[in-house]
Unconditional design. Structure first.
Length: 492
């Protein structure tokens, strides 16, 4: 998608204008209304369109203007008009016109700030995401026709400058979405690692550890998950040293990268097993976040660690009842091979704190189906041993519109994961508090470092999205949220 900041829309562009409650036209919209002899205000005044949030109205071929169509987007009350309302409206403008057959959408933002104009471009771009590389027969009229998004800004230069970091963030989100959308026959651990390696062009350092190296480090638990797969397990370590002091203590993000989760010998039912191609959504978010941070040259030292495996049943697969030794030295009884994410993260978390001594670690994982039962499919859970880190995450969530809800880590539930034969077992107490017992499991591998765990099982993939900037499919959840956490709290 081509993004341009302009002083005036090109003549062939479909123009989007924002309208507030009570049919109040923006200044830019008023100018168009005058040029077309009041057709816009008549169209708006005639029906149910009032400017309420989420409403759209299409006015085609109005006389007096060269635009082939004008689309009015409701943004609601003036005092509620914040960045998120603006972003949703801009995304909606794109969705409303994408199939009309025109090649340019111009978003009229000339009475907004340069920053807001940049956000409009960011949002429209996020809304334009598509994963269509395997569609070979889509008829032309089913494909979006928009190839350029113009944002009409009072100070186009300033808007363009404000857009530069947002463009890097959108690149990161798209990087994550592409990883998450890719089927598991294409995206297995080595391919995932290869795509991370490709990010070195942004100035990231990317190391890839293979099975022999992980074996040497004692990462038996991560490796045990991959034993039933013909694919090699991998550990990706990405580093971005953007702080003035390159040796300053880093912050760390750790991702579950289960490229396919069949359940292993504790095989999942066939129903919806295909969803488990996106069981690397946490790892995908870490990769996209590193892409975003490097792309906008964030002034911070960051480490991203991704544990990559495929969980398959096979003669070599681990068995329910096996006891494995983690890198930390703690032993785990594997009661259910489908509770594999925590096994991968146990070693990835331990490795991260051991090697990098970070200020904090945030892990992202599509860890439990129970998270969907607890929170539904629009909110991710956050578990943390640090109130400060949890609060910072919740603040970033509020600012970016990626919803998080804090969940507890009660000490009295620790006994759910006590095993009679090993230090810990990988399942809890039946179906009770399944997301909590999983988080408590992870906590035992943090070595007391400030840590937060985001269970993104509910939000990694959207099925009936109501958010225009997150079309159905891979959401890229976490990239924008964690980029904001870094920008607001950890950049000098
Ligand atoms: N990857 C799944 C969790 C999941 C389920 C993510 C649905 C997204 C959508 C995870 O590895 C898993 O299988 N968890 C089990 C744990 C159980 C065996 C203790 C679960 O949630 O059922
Ligand atoms: Mn599983
Ligand atoms: Zn899984």
């Amino acid at each position: 998608m081509k993004i341009e900041f302009v002083g005036a829309a090109s003549g062939s562009a479909v123009v989007a204008v924002f309208v507030q409650d009570e049919r109040k036209l923006s200044k830019g919209a008023q100018a168009y209304d005058q040029q077309c002899g009041g057709a816009l205000s008549r169209a708006i005044g005639a029906g149910r369109f009032t400017g309420a949030k989420g409403q759209t109205l299409l006015l085609t071929a109005p006389a007096g203007v060269s635009a082939p169509a004008i689309v009015a987007i409701g943004v609601g009350a003036k005092d509620g008009f914040d960045d998120l309302v603006l972003e949703h409206a801009a995304g909606q403008a794109y969705s409303a016109v994408k199939l009309l057959g025109f090649d340019t959408l111009a978003i009229e933002a000339s009475d907004l700030s340069a920053d807001q104009a940049a956000r409009a471009a960011f949002a429209a771009r996020l809304a334009s995401y598509r994963f269509d590389k395997y569609l070979t027969k889509t008829p032309a009229d089913k494909k979006p026709s928009i190839t350029t998004i113009q944002v009409v800004a009072a100070d186009a230069k300033a808007a363009e400058a404000a857009y530069a970091p947002l463009s890097a963030i959108a690149d990161g989100v798209f990087f994550t979405r592409d990883l998450v959308a890719e089927p598991a026959n294409v995206l297995y651990p080595e391919e995932f690692a290869k795509r991370c390696k490709g990010l070195e062009k942004l100035g990231l350092t990317v190391e890839v550890l293979g099975e022999a190296e992980m074996e040497k480090l004692g990462m038996r638990t991560l490796l045990a998950v991959g034993m039933g797969s013909t694919k090699q397990s991998q550990l990706v370590v990405m580093r971005w040293n953007g702080a003035a002091d390159k040796n300053a203590q880093p912050i760390a993000f750790v991702g579950k990268g289960v490229c396919f989760d069949s359940g292993g010998l504790s095989l999942k039912p066939a129903d919806a097993m295909e969803d488990m191609k996106w069981d690397m959504g946490g790892g995908g978010a870490v990769a996209g976040l590193m892409c975003a941070l490097a792309g906008r040259k964030a002034k911070v030292n960051v480490v991203g660690v991704i544990g990559l495996v495929e969980n398959m049943p096979d003669g070599n697969a681990q068995r329910p009842g096996d006891v494995v030794v983690t890198m930390s030295g703690q032993t785990v009884e594997v009661l259910n091979t489908d509770a594999e994410g925590r096994l991968v993260l146990a070693d990835a978390l331990w490795y991260t704190q051991d090697r990098f001594k970070p200020k904090f670690m945030v892990d992202l994982a599509t860890l439990t189906g129970a998270m969907l039962i607890a929170l539904g499919d629009e909110i991710a859970g956050v578990f943390s041993n640090s109130d400060e880190l949890a609060d910072n995450l919740l603040a970033a969530s509020k600012a970016t519109g990626e919803p998080l809800w804090r969940m507890p880590l009660p000490a009295s539930y620790e006994r759910m994961i006590d095993s009679p034969i090993a230090d810990i077992k990988n399942t809890g107490k039946g179906r009770l508090g399944g997301s909590i017992s999983a988080a408590l499991f992870l906590q035992r591998f943090t070595n007391g470092v400030p840590w937060a765990h985001l269970d993104i099982a509910p939000v990694a993939w959207r099925k009936d999205s109501k958010v225009s900037t997150v079309p159905d499919g891979p959401a890229g959840f976490g990239v924008i949220l964690l980029d904001r956490l870094v920008a607001d709290r950890y950049e000098a």
